[in-house]
Design a protein around this ligand. Structure first.
Ligand SMILES: Nc1ncnc2c1ncn2[C@@H]1O[C@H](COP(=O)(O)OP(=O)(O)OP(=O)(O)O)[C@@H](O)[C@H]1O
Ligand SMILES: [Mg+2]
Length: 241
């Protein structure tokens, strides 16, 4: 089981959209996925409920640091991926969720490179590495990128982050109406009607490339090294958040 956490302590950075697109593409490829909706607003859990559930998908909400550990242990054998959608606030759960993750995705809006919420998550990951020797693989995802943005300006942004040794996914998530409409119509991206949704083919291609990139970085059913798992069960981690 591979745990992927979407985190940015700033609201509206595109976490839930990125988590839904990743989950949709995993289900499309036949993986079994468990979503941990850590946002008390339960946007993601409600979206799945409104669809009447989906085969291969389970959703747990009202996640706390204690239930996170238990849930991850329980779901280990049943799912290839666990997707954690964090709330857009500072929360005591952040350090635990990050500590339990095989990979953390930090969505940052391409136009707001000063995004402090993303920086807070990246700072926490650095802190865990420095103070506890817990190295959590992570990547910044440029979200809601204007489709007209030039490749050159994207390269500048990537270089800025690369200079700080921060990996940026090659595939940004472009601003597309399809990504809003899957919430409005309560359905998966690939089930939207191409007659009614503009540029659906481009939206699907973007989602597919983005998900493939994360799957390559964090393949299905990745294990945490037992020793690392042990060191990640540090009660003090919650204080660090
Ligand atoms: N790539 C995109 N294209 C179009 N709309 C988008 C895109 N990404 C996000 N949005 C819209 O922006 C809003 C905020 O996105 P989202 O809910 O994914 O952010 P979030 O980080 O999960 O927010 P919160 O911190 O409140 O949970 C939503 O209305 C969503 O539909
Ligand atoms: Mg959200």
């Amino acid at each position: 089981m591979t745990v992927i956490t979407f985190a940015n302590t700033k609201g509206g950075a595109g976490k839930t959209t990125a988590a839904v697109l990743f989950t949709s593409e995993l289900l499309h490829r036949g993986y079994r996925v468990c979503i941990l909706d850590a946002d008390p607003q339960r946007w993601l859990a409600r979206w799945v409920e409104q669809m009447g559930g989906l085969p291969g998908l389970s959703v747990d909400s009202y996640i706390t640091a204690a239930t996170l550990q238990r849930t991850v242990a329980e779901k280990r054998k049943m799912f290839e991926y666990v997707v954690v959608d964090m709330p857009g606030i500072q929360s005591s759960l952040l350090a635990s969720a990050v500590g339990f993750s095989n990979h953390v995705i930090v969505p940052i809006q391409g136009s707001q490179m000063d995004a402090q919420g993303g920086a807070q998550v990246l700072d926490l990951i650095r802190y865990l590495d420095r103070s506890a020797g817990i190295s959590v693989p992570h990547s910044v995802l440029l979200s809601r990128v204007n489709p007209c943005v030039t490749t050159r300006s994207m390269q500048v942004v990537k270089k800025l982050l690369a200079d700080q040794s921060i990996r940026v996914l090659n595939t940004p998530i472009v601003e597309r109406s399809a990504y809003r409409e899957m919430f409005d119509f309560h359905c998966l991206l690939r089930r939207l009607d191409p007659q009614k949704v503009s540029n659906l083919d481009k939206a699907i291609e973007n989602a597919s490339r983005y998900a493939e990139e994360i799957m390559a970085l964090a393949p299905a059913s990745q294990r945490l090294e037992p020793a690392l798992m042990q060191s990640r069960r540090m009660p003090g981690l919650e204080i660090a958040a």
